[in-house]
Design a protein around this ligand. Structure first.
Ligand code: GUN
Length: 290
């Protein structure tokens, strides 16, 4: 049976440490979250972010907009937040309503307040092998989870399924920086299972039940980023957990794996932006040495 990569346990450990750090800061960071539209999942995520921040001693403000909000209204708000010294971190919850150009919105966030690490400046730094202000939350959470279980990725074949800017592309780059051999797969990939069968580590960020036992190598490591409700309303990941946990060496569950690590990383990033030069989570920042 596979070892469970317990994201909740690590999140709690990170929060304990962060709380002490925050208690000792004379001033507190303030995280501003913009939520546009009425996507129920997004509303839950944002509520959770606010509650978590406040429990740790991070100030937070949520700015809600109806789904009909104009792009200019959002751009004006971000400009206001960029110029407001009391705001130290900005997050625009994704997805945005369809008529909004998400790239224009993300590009307008000051890189030093970009708590998601998604602006072209921060992603560009990451892709150049330099240090961004912060790393994107879910990829950072995945690396912290691997580190916690002493899983070294150097020379390992990592297959990443999904090529989003939020998860797939940055996690692949971060693993490349740690000298993994990375294969990117996506919706147009042919013979997915032929590729996943050669993986030492599978990272799946699809949002559909796509990975079964037959697609995996015995002893592999599985990171399941997917989260959705199945036809019975049960929360599931991309991986068939019952099957995969029989043959994998390690597996992250859904819920309780990557999800808690994403929020832990968001809180770490909020503090890192507030106290530049003293990364709280140095483990995620390892850069390759050729
Ligand atoms: N939507 C789903 N995950 C995320 C995330 O990590 N950041 C933002 N901004 N939106 C999301």
């Amino acid at each position: 049976m596979a070892v469970i990569l317990d994201g909740k346990k690590l999140r709690d450990k990170i929060f304990l440490d962060l709380k002490t750090k925050l208690d000792n800061l004379p001033q507190k960071p303030t995280l501003a979250v913009i939520l546009a539209g009425d996507e129920p999942a997004s509303a839950i995520y944002v509520r959770n972010k606010k509650k978590t921040a406040e429990n740790l001693g991070i100030n937070s403000v949520v700015i809600n907009y109806p789904s009909g909000v104009s792009q200019n209204e959002l751009l004006a708000k971000i400009e206001e937040l960029n110029n407001d010294n009391s705001i130290t971190a900005i997050l625009v919850q994704l997805p945005l309503p369809e008529h909004i150009d998400k790239f224009k919105i993300i590009d307008s966030i000051l890189p030093e307040k970009d708590v998601d690490g998604l602006t072209p400046y921060n992603l560009g730094k990451l892709f150049a092998g330099e240090e961004p202000y912060v790393y994107p939350c879910t990829p950072k959470g995945i690396l912290l989870l691997l580190d916690e279980y002493k899983i070294n990725v150097e020379g390992k074949h990592v297959v990443v399924i999904g090529r989003s800017n939020l998860v797939g592309k940055p996690v692949a780059q971060m693993l490349l920086n740690r000298n993994a051999t990375v294969t990117m797969c996506h919706s147009h990939t042919k013979n997915l299972s032929e590729i996943t069968k050669t993986a030492d580590i599978v990272i799946s960020a699809v949002g559909k039940n796509v990975i079964g036992e037959k697609m995996l190598k015995s002893g592999c490591i599985i990171i399941d980023v997917g989260i959705f409700k199945d036809e019975n309303g049960k929360v599931r990941g991309d991986v068939n957990f019952e099957e995969a946990s029989k043959i994998a060496a390690y597996i992250s569950p859904v819920p309780g794996g990557v999800g808690p690590m994403t929020i832990a990383s968001l809180m770490l990033n909020t503090v890192e932006l507030f106290t530049p030069g003293t990364p709280v989570s140095a483990a995620a920042l390892q850069i390759r040495k050729d």
